[in-house]
Design a protein around this ligand. Structure first.
Ligand SMILES: C[S@@+](CC[C@H](N)C(=O)[O-])C[C@H]1O[C@@H](n2cnc3c(N)ncnc32)[C@H](O)[C@@H]1O
Length: 368
């Protein structure tokens, strides 16, 4: 499977779209907002730029895409007014893989820009948007061109399914029954990918530039720990049931593995220190319930059950990968079963996603 070609969140605004099923990810952005605010405030005060170039990496399509950017701009505007500085020009780069639904984002920009200029008031500078399709495991921007980079819930995706997973049969990710060689293959792929990511971003950020990254991760040092693998184990249960009923071919199931790695804080830190490009300001862990939905915020979900919401959230994320492997005829049935399995487990266990957030700046003797 070519991850760059296949991986994308469900586009559009329909029932199974990412736009309609990304409240958990939005909650994570809100939870980690104080870290982003601190980083952008320090960056502004350190560099006092006349124009500010920011990028969101793995922006996807939906309300979260512009949510982060608008929060960052609001913080800077407030600060510049407080300090009595002149207005800035904001350059915003929205990055994702080429299959992302950039069209829906672009269509929403005129309204968003109108709203932003109302909120920012007279005298604010322009916000100029660009889409940057491409993998963040390669160069995306010119050298020394960016002030600030943000990424949430994207960097756990690997550039490829690791090699050497032949003996992970019955599983679709790292699991309690995965042999050590599988866990090692996943970790080594994460190390290779994240080190390339850091090198590329170090080339693109300006001196004094900053970066806040949130991974879907884990607290435990055990990569097959339930806190990061369970959600995929439950999906494997649904798929295995369908294999045993002859609805899915066994060899298709055996050769399917999710290209993700959910790192611990120490694994993230270790790669950053090895690279030597960045100094770490913060490294924090937070948690959000699988079914942490605010029905006040989105009344339509108040009538649906937790299993439905969580299964739909996972469907918006994983459907294109599953369709690529198994075809689209089985998808509704997979998620009908997954919903039931999730409902069952949520009622018995405290199920959470763990978030690992790191805030850092480009290091070097030249930092102001
Ligand atoms: C779960 S979504 C998160 C979207 C958004 N940041 C949020 O918090 O709601 C992950 C996004 O990362 C993107 N992504 C994964 N691997 C990528 C890569 N190598 N380069 C760029 N984007 C990538 C996916 O296409 C997807 O849109």
């Amino acid at each position: 499977m070519e991850v760059v070609q296949v991986l994308r969140m469900n586009g559009g605004k329909g029932e199974t779209s990412y736009a309609n099923n990304s409240l958990v990810q939005q909650k994570v952005i809100s939870l980690t907002r104080p870290i982003t605010e601190e980083a952008i405030t320090n960056l502004y005060c350190r560099t006092l730029p006349r124009s500010l170039a920011i990028a969101d990496l793995g922006c996807s399509s939906g309300p979260n895409t512009l949510f982060v950017v608008s929060e960052i701009i609001k913080v800077v505007e407030k600060l510049r007014k407080k300090l009595g500085h002149e207005s800035l020009e904001y350059q915003v780069f929205l990055n994702d893989l080429p299959g992302n639904d950039f069209n829906t984002i672009f269509k929403s920009l005129p309204n968003f820009q109108k709203q932003m200029s109302c909120q920012m008031g007279p005298g604010a500078g322009p916000c100029l948007f660009s889409g940057t399709p491409g993998s963040f495991y390669g160069r995306l921007f010119p050298s020394d061109s960016l002030h600030f980079l943000h990424s949430s819930y994207s960097l756990q995706w690997l550039s490829q399914v690791p090699e050497g997973l032949d003996n992970n049969k019955g599983n679709i990710y790292m699991a309690s029954t995965s042999p050590p060689s599988v866990l090692r293959a996943y970790y080594e792929q994460f190390q290779r990918d994240f080190s390339v990511f850091l090198k590329c971003r170090a080339e693109e950020l300006m001196v004094g530039g900053g970066m806040v990254l949130t991974f879907l991760g884990r607290r435990s040092e055990d990569p097959s720990s339930k806190e990061c693998c369970y959600i995929w184990e439950l999906l494997a249960m649904a798929l295995n049931d369908m294999v045993s009923e002859g609805l899915i071919e066994e060899d298709k199931m055996d050769s399917f593995n999710i290209p993700q790695y959910t790192p611990s804080p120490s694994e993230v830190k270790s790669e950053v220190l090895k690279g030597g490009y960045f100094s770490i300001d913060r490294l924090e862990v937070s948690a959000v319930k699988w079914n942490d939905y605010d029905s006040e915020f989105n009344p339509s979900i108040a009538f649906s059950d937790d299993g439905y919401n969580v299964a739909n959230c996972m469907r918006a994320v994983a459907e294109p990968l599953l369709v690529n492997q198994f075809g689209d005829a089985i998808i509704d049935e997979v998620f009908r079963r997954y919903r039931k399995i999730i409902s069952d487990h949520i009622s018995k266990e405290n199920t959470q996603f763990i978030n690992v957030t790191i805030s850092m700046k480009k290091s070097g003797h030249f930092i102001i």
